[in-house]
Every structure is written in C-alpha cells, then in structure tokens.
Design a binder for this molecule. Structure first.
Ligand SMILES: Nc1ncnc2c1ncn2[C@@H]1O[C@H](COP(=O)(O)OP(=O)(O)OP(=O)(O)O)[C@@H](O)[C@H]1O
Ligand SMILES: [Mg+2]
Length: 347
C-alpha cells in the first residue's frame, strides 16, 4: 500500500490547497477521519496521506472496500471469527481490525455497511474493543479508523439508514474533497502531470504539450468522473496521438463513441412501415430513421460518411477532401472535431 503515499497529490487551486492543509492538521491526531467526495476525487489518496503523515506511518495500513464484501461476510472480515462460529469457519480468523493493530484501517464506502456492523464500529471507536463473530472474549485493539463515502451521510442518518451516533464519532473532522469542475486551475496541471507519466510509460522522448483547442476543451468539460476520468482521458489521448512531436489535439472523452454506435442503437423490432411517413401506402414514402437525438445522429452521419469516403480513397486525405467537396484544411477540422480514426491511419 506504500505506493499510495508515493502517488503525489497534484493541485494548486485554493480549494485543493485548503484540503491539503486540513489533512496535514488532522493526520497527527489520534482521531477518526471522515473523507467525503464524489467518485474519483482522491479519497483513497487522502486516506493514505492521513496514515503516512501520522505517527502510525511505520505500522500497518489496511484498506477495505465495504461495498465489495457481501453483508454476510463483512462482519467476520472486519472483526474476525472464532473457530466453528458458522459452518465453514474451520479455523480462527483474525479480522482487519486485529491485523491493523497499532496502525490505520481505511474503510471505503462506509455508507454500505449494515446497522449491525455500524454498531460494532461505534463500540470499537468508543472503547477500542471488539468481539470476534461467534466469540465472547473482548479484544482490545489500537486502530485509527479512516472512513470514506461518496454519499450524503447526514441525509442517510436522518432517514435512519446510517447510525447518527456513529456519524457523530466519525465526523470529528470531515474532509470534503472538491469535484474537479470546481477547480478549473487544476485541470491543466493534472493533465500535464498524467500526460508526462504516460509519455514515460510509452518510452517516448518528450511530451509535446496539448494544443490550445485540446486545453480549452478539457477546461470546458464537466468531468463527472473527476481526477480518475481525467487521468484515463489524458492517458488515452497520449497513447493515441500519432505523431509524438505534434501537440496532442484529440481528446476522446468517450472511448465507446463510434460511427457504428447508432447502428447498434437502431431498434431492430421496427418494421419497414415504421420507417415511412405519410398517410398511406400510395403516398410518397421516405425512409426516416427513428432519431432520438438529432445532433448526435447528424454527428454520427458525418463521421460515417467521412470514414467511408476515406476508406474508398485508400486513405488518401487529399482525394477524400476532394470527393467530399472540402478543402484539405476543412477535412482536418472535421478530424479534430470528431477525434476521428485515432486507432488507424491519420487523416
Ligand atoms: N490531486 C491528485 N493528484 C494526482 N492524482 C490524483 C489526485 N486526486 C486523485 N488522483 C488520482 O485519481 C485516481 C482516483 O483517485 P482515488 O482512487 O483516490 O479516488 P476516490 O475518491 O477514492 O474514487 P472512488 O470514489 O471512485 O473510489 C487515482 O488514480 C489517483 O491516484
Ligand atoms: Mg476510492
């Protein structure tokens, strides 16, 4: 888990810097920490920082994603179980809390835990005690709890879906991570950081930077998947850039985007009659496809026509432009607009 600490946290926006300051202040205390943030905002990185900036840094740092373990298993995974506690419990099992003794346990997605587990967590925070499943011996452990969630925990507590007393104990200091769309200044910084790392990974000599259009488009995008999404998009852009000396100008946000996607969307249950307009069989019939999103449809048709012409011109861009009645530069502009042909030959 040490690599988490080496993963640098990049950012210089004021909201990012104030989170960093809060983390540095909270880390040395022997108190639970609660980290809240949308997906991909860096909760796991912050949790590791809390541990490695504390006096416990040389001790165990264990992580559990509560959402990834079934409800029936999580209690024994966290608190352990005695031999014979349930069928299949063929030996005594020391849970995460016992194994993290002296160190830190990071409980990710804590909102998904059952009331029973929440009750045991409260006891652990209040008294530093646990009882293994199927046992009666009280075991003392010294573990700092760091929890994370992307849910509205106070809202869940109001609806009795999360224990308020546990929330009170966890919420000694709540670190709320700002979504990327609220810290524009960090977008270029992070994009360059991930691009340089990808360039190294691909054994390329240097990073040529992003074009002005690409930078602008990344700043305007809303990044629902936050830093994780940015990292993936940037890595893809570097990987797909065809000439390592040219600034990167194709940013593909959705790797599933394809001229053929519309075909896959087409509703195969439609009959020929569904595609006709007009009052009856004698009237003029026009094949009008079922369109749910006109803009997207037109865009897909543009891509499809350019792609097919390009292929029929044996990938010769000047001929393709000529055939479509476009100038060479207009064709290049289409390429940029649609991030076209990124895995094949460049237009
Ligand atoms: N400020 C940052 N600087 C550099 N990398 C970052 C930063 N914030 C996040 N990352 C990177 O973004 C990715 C997502 O971060 P992380 O896993 O910590 O997010 P998360 O909030 O735990 O997401 P989820 O809710 O989906 O589990 C990781 O690869 C992480 O290294
Ligand atoms: Mg996470």
């Amino acid at each position: 888990m040490r690599e988490n600490y080496n993963d640098r946290m990049i950012g210089e926006s004021s909201s990012f810097l104030s989170v960093q300051e809060q983390v540095s202040r909270l880390a040395p205390l022997n108190k639970p920490a609660l980290i809240i943030g949308e997906r991909g905002t860096g909760k796991e990185l912050v949790a590791a920082r809390v541990h490695y900036l504390s006096e416990r840094w040389g001790q165990a740092y264990l992580k559990v994603n509560c959402a990834a373990i079934s409800e029936s298993l999580i209690e024994s995974e966290l608190f352990g179980h005695e031999l014979g506690a349930f069928s299949g419990a063929i030996r005594l099992h020391r849970g995460y809390f016992e194994r993290a003794h002296g160190g830190t346990l990071f409980l990710d997605e804590i909102a998904t835990t059952s009331p029973r587990v929440q009750e045991k967590l409260l006891r652990l925070i209040e008294y530093g005690e646990l009882i293994r499943v199927g046992g009666d011996e009280v075991i003392e452990v010294d573990v700092r709890l760091v929890a994370a969630s992307n849910s509205d925990l106070p809202g869940l507590a109001r609806k009795n879906r999360f224990r308020s007393d546990l929330l009170d104990r966890l919420a000694f200091d709540v670190i709320t991570l700002p979504p990327l769309r609220f810290r524009d200044e960090d977008i270029s910084l992070l994009a360059d950081y991930f691009a340089v790392r990808m360039v190294k990974e691909l054994d390329r000599e240097y990073f040529p930077g992003f074009s002005a259009e690409a930078t602008q488009s990344m700043r305007e995008y809303s990044w629902p998947g936050n830093v994780r999404e940015l990292k993936n998009v940037v890595e893809r852009a570097v990987y797909r850039s065809e000439n390592p000396d040219d600034p990167i100008d194709q940013i593909i946000y959705d790797p599933f985007d394809s001229p053929y996607r519309v075909l896959a969307h087409a509703d195969s249950t439609k009959t020929d009659n569904d595609m006709k307009v007009g009052p009856g069989p004698d009237s003029l019939t026009l094949p009008v496809p079922q369109i749910r999103d006109l803009k997207q449809y037109i865009q897909s048709m543009e891509i499809k026509i350019i792609h097919e012409t390009w292929e029929s011109c044996q990938f010769n861009q000047r001929k393709t432009a000529e055939k479509l009645g476009l100038t060479y530069h207009q064709l290049r502009a289409y390429k940029r607009k649609h991030s076209l042909f990124s895995t094949g030959q460049a237009l």
